[in-house]
Design a protein around this ligand. Structure first.
Ligand code: AP5
Length: 182
């Protein structure tokens, strides 16, 4: 079995924290669309400036831009991967399916990291990234509920959804993830 997973959850659920360590251990490609977009912002290109405005409002960047990033990274990837922050809505999920069919790959499982809103806000406020102020965090949570949460049912319907409790020590959450995947 190839290890190809999606880590899904609201802002602050710990997708990045868990996926980075998981990928190190399993020697998989870690792909965070948020990190790749932030790199473009740091590069100070005109595209980066546009992206920065959208991210700082807590809105989603256009599907076509994000898809082109993902396509470049996944094509030819043979060891396996974890996607963090992608797909983010149904249209991205459907586009991912198409892309994977074309390159003869398949998602093995989607790990949904479940954490209550109060914990999320507290975690993100103490991290303090540029888009981590209370107003923007609340908006990101609303965007998550409206656009990303429908993916839970989408992947449940495909019988590849694994839900874990994301509250607790980081190592404990990591062990919950391994338990549902292996
Ligand atoms: P993105 O970078 O994906 O951010 P996000 O989804 O808002 O997620 P976060 O990074 O905030 O949370 P996380 O779940 O990864 O948690 P983390 O491990 O960092 O997206 C940012 C923006 O980019 C979007 O708003 C959008 O504009 C754009 N974007 C990205 N992808 C896109 C896409 N596909 N389409 C369109 N637009 C896109 O942890 C958070 C904090 O909690 C850390 O400080 C961490 O140390 C702490 N923490 C982690 N685990 C625990 C734990 N168990 N206990 C206590 N603290 C913990």
């Amino acid at each position: 079995m190839k290890k190809r997973f999606i880590f899904l959850g609201p802002p602050g659920a710990g997708k990045g924290t868990q996926a980075v360590e998981f990928c190190k251990k399993e020697e998989l490609l870690y792909l965070s669309t948020g990190d790749l977009l932030r790199k473009e912002v740091e590069a100070g290109t005109s595209l980066g400036k546009e992206i920065s405005l959208i991210m700082n409002r807590g809105e989603l960047v256009s599907d076509s831009l994000v898809l082109s990033i993902v396509e470049n990274c996944l094509s030819g990837e043979s060891k396996g991967w974890v996607l963090d922050g992608f797909p983010r809505n149904l249209s991205q999920a459907k586009a991912l399916e198409k892309l994977l069919t074309n390159i003869n790959q398949k998602i093995e499982a989607v790990v949904q990291i479940d954490v209550g809103d109060d914990f999320l806000i507290e975690r993100l406020l103490s991290r303090g990234r540029q888009d981590d102020n209370e107003e923007v965090i609340r908006h990101r949570l609303d965007v998550y509920k409206a656009q990303t949460a429908p993916l839970i049912e989408f992947y449940r319907g495909q019988e590849i959804l694994k839900t874990i409790e994301g509250n607790g020590e980081i190592d404990l959450v990591a062990s919950r993830i391994r338990k549902v995947l292996f």
